[in-house]
Design a protein around this ligand. Structure first.
Ligand SMILES: [Zn+2]
Length: 477
């Protein structure tokens, strides 16, 4: 591996471009961490360290070998010889963002997440072989991408039975042995869930439940998830579904196994039968049992509330997405979008109440898909603020809280000495307006300084703009 120090940014960028140009095999790829100058000083910025402490003005942050070494007031520490100094006067520094619900299969995702300040992702359902390989290659510095945590495929009763994979307990054991970081479940009875939880907890892992529909099955709702001892629930659907007073009024030709119908009618019209007091009860139950909540609001906004609207269909960032998404839900009428707006209002209410009750709220986006990779983590923060959270709380849900569910709060989630040097330098104050998290000046991952504009340009060069050329799914790096 070439060992390059103190390379000016433009030369470094050229190197990155060269090493990631098509036709360059994995063996030739540079180790990004060894290419970075080993000592970096970020000078003069306002630090929002992610612990919840007030912003600290005029800081000097010393980074060495990919770790945060020291944080002092400007001028309190001499700058080591040979250090790369980043002038952050007038800028704001936040921890690297974490997306705790992604489906990370494709190489075109790497730089899109990084360009948006997402330095860590948790995969919640992808090929186990591919994600384990990616996790290893990324950690070794062979692939420039966010840190990855892996769940493997969610444990789903129908596929386990169809594939003759044995009991829930055996499936969970296989996943643990394969080396997953946590286990996702998408179905099962309370007893089977308890078996999975027992296996996971015995191995220091947590279990999280998808809530919402599964073809031919009902995924666990919030109540079943809590009763079975799960550690977290994914999607706000699980709370609403368990807070209904009566079934949702659906059309006579409603097909409960048709996912288009389920989202268009069942979840779209759910607002009309949900009882807010039942939401309160469920939230208290979750908080009392320390069950985290990942509402994935942006996924529902982009898929349904904004279905067939220009916001989604002519989103300028679509150009970075080389692949077309299959249209799974058809076109919505304005009335159907209206229904979804009301259901979304209840999801936001649940999100706010959960946070206010002291629950561990986290940011997961279910990207890529209608929720765009990287961009959606910021939009989820905006939705949290619309729901009533402060910008600081929305930021903590995306950094420290996500580090907690990864069981990595000693290494990730805040800007503190000893932790990985994963941080984002912003041009404007995110505590004044949460949309400022999108005004990204630089992203630092593991001490590697990345320019978001360059990352996006590189992606266009490697994979093409949407529709411009055929994207080869077999290109696996
Ligand atoms: Zn998902």
């Amino acid at each position: 591996m070439p060992h390059i120090r103190h390379v000016p940014l433009y030369r470094f960028v050229l190197l990155v471009l060269w090493f990631f140009s098509p036709g360059c095999g994995p063996a030739e790829q540079i180790s990004q961490s060894s290419a970075a100058p080993s000592v970096i000083v970020i000078e003069g910025g306002t630090l929002i360290d992610g612990t919840g402490a007030p912003a600290l003005l005029g800081t000097r942050i010393l980074i060495e070998d990919g770790r945060i070494q020291e944080i002092v007031q400007e001028g309190e520490l001499s700058i080591p010889a040979g250090a790369r100094v980043i002038d952050a006067a007038g800028k704001y520094i936040i921890p690297g963002l974490i997306d705790a619900h992604v489906h990370y299969d494709m190489p075109w995702l790497h730089r899109l997440y990084l360009a948006n300040g997402v330095t860590t992702v948790r995969d919640l359902g992808s090929s186990i072989e591919r994600t384990l390989t990616l996790r290893q290659e990324i950690a070794a510095g062979n692939i420039l991408a966010p840190r990855m945590f892996v769940s493997g495929p969610g444990i789903n009763p129908s596929s386990v039975r169809a594939m003759n994979l044995g009991s829930a307990k055996e499936m969970a054991t296989k996943l643990v042995e394969a080396g997953v970081d946590g286990i996702k479940v998408t179905g099962y009875t309370t007893d089977e869930l308890r078996d999975i939880v027992e296996v996971a907890h015995a191995n220091g892992l947590i279990v999280y439940g998808h809530t919402g529909p599964k073809r031919g099955n009902r995924a666990p709702g919030a109540r079943l998830a809590v009763e079975a001892g799960l550690d977290g629930i994914e999607h706000a659907l699980g709370i609403l579904e368990d807070a209904m007073d009566k079934p949702v009024p659906v059309p006579a030709d409603y097909d409960p196994f048709d996912s288009t119908h389920i989202f268009r009618y069942w979840y779209g019209r759910m607002y009309s039968v949900v009882n807010s007091e039942k939401i309160d009860e469920l939230i208290q139950l979750m908080v009392d049992n320390e069950v985290y909540f990942s509402p994935t609001l942006i996924n529902f906004v982009r898929n349904f509330v904004q279905r067939n609207t220009p916001e989604v269909e002519t989103d300028p960032n679509l150009k970075y997405i080389p692949e077309d998404e299959p249209d799974r839900f058809g076109r919505f009428t304005e009335e159907e979008r209206q229904d979804w707006r009301k259901t979304m209002a209840l999801m936001k209410e649940a999100t706010y109440k959960f946070h206010e009750a002291g629950g561990l709220l986290i940011n997961g986006t279910d990207s890529p898909g209608a929720a765009l990779p990287g961009w959606s983590v910021h939009q989820e923060m905006e939705l949290f603020v619309e729901a009533g959270l402060t910008p600081m709380a929305a930021l903590l849900a995306t950094t420290l809280n996500n580090a907690k569910v990864l069981n990595k709060e000693d290494e990730l989630g805040t800007v503190e000495p000893g932790k990985y040097a994963d941080l984002v330098i912003l041009d404007a104050d995110p505590l004044q307006d949460i949309t400022h998290t999108q005004d990204i000046h630089l992203v630092i991952k593991n001490g590697l300084v990345l320019d978001p504009d360059v990352l996006l340009e590189e992606n266009l060069e490697q994979f093409g703009a949407r529709g411009e050329r055929h994207f080869d799914r077999n290109q696996r790096n």
